[in-house]
Design a protein around this ligand. Structure first.
Ligand SMILES: [Zn+2]
Length: 270
């Protein structure tokens, strides 16, 4: 078929318009990401050796990539890969949940050497930002928490994106278990009776130390709910929130409101 010059221009214009429309549609259909979730942690534990390698490594479930300057120069990529698989197996067993598919793990470098993590559960990516001066074990501790966010996505479905932050972050912190507990056996023991912040506190934009305190309190509250009311009720509660601290249906699930539960939890902490 021979096309006139005018027809060709017309067709080219149509192709451009269709392509632009397709890009717009794909942008508007991109999955909503969780806001970056910060967790600062000062735990102890074995420090794996990490290699200088910067190429991505793909070993079944975890697709790990390490940015230059993110880890100490003598670090072994094989060792941190093994550590991350160990962490995933641990948090999976602790929470009784499993991944529905592979996830991407990005170990990124922060020029200011800030340690923080984020989970983008709909795109199946977890990030930790660290630097060569921070022991890699601390990045693993953060990633253990981010793994629980992904497991929560795969277990609770979309409900996890709108869950009450007390439960969203409390569950991820509780699920990370010994990666956040250090020498303590439980979050109750970790707090040692100290819980200075109200449970209903907005965690976003807080200084790292305060956010850290809040996460430990929320983990301890989750621990209290699990011990007192069991997992099935907790699962119903987790699914009932609307993204605001205190929004889960505590009254409907447990028959008591959050203020009453908080008072009982504070009593339990003593
Ligand atoms: Zn988190």
């Amino acid at each position: 078929m021979i096309l006139t010059l005018r027809t060709r221009w017309l067709l080219a214009a149509i192709v451009v318009i269709v392509a632009a429309a397709a890009i717009t549609v794909s942008r508007t259909h991109q999955p909503r990401r969780l806001a970056p979730l910060v967790a600062n942690f000062s735990g102890d534990g074995a420090v794996p050796a990490i290699s200088r390698s910067m190429r991505p490594v793909q070993v079944d479930t975890l697709r790990i990539s390490v940015a230059p300057q993110a880890l100490p120069s003598d670090a072994s990529l094989d060792a941190i890969t093994a550590e991350l698989y160990t962490a995933l197996a641990y948090v999976s067993a602790r929470t009784g949940t499993t991944l529905a598919g592979p996830i991407t793990v990005q170990i990124l470098a922060d020029p200011q050497c800030a340690l923080h993590g984020a989970a983008y559960t709909q795109t199946r990516e977890v990030h930790v930002t660290t630097c060569a001066a921070i022991p890699p074990a601390r990045a693993v501790n953060i990633l253990a928490h981010e793994f629980v966010h992904q497991l929560a996505h795969d277990y609770y479905g979309d409900a996890h994106l709108r869950s009450d932050p007390i439960l969203l972050e409390g569950w991820a912190t509780w699920g990370a278990g010994h990666y956040w507990l250090g020498r303590h056996a439980t979050f109750r023991a970790f707090l040692g009776g100290q819980a200075p912040l109200p449970l209903i506190t907005n965690h976003l934009g807080r200084p790292a130390a305060e956010m850290n305190t809040l996460y430990y309190q929320w983990a301890s509250f989750v621990e209290y709910l699990l011990v007192t009311y069991g997992r099935d009720a907790f699962d119903r509660l987790y699914r009932s929130g609307n993204g605001v601290p205190g929004s889960a249906d505590y009254q409907g699930v447990y028959g008591v409101d959050l203020a009453t539960l908080e008072a009982a939890w504070r009593e339990w902490l003593r």
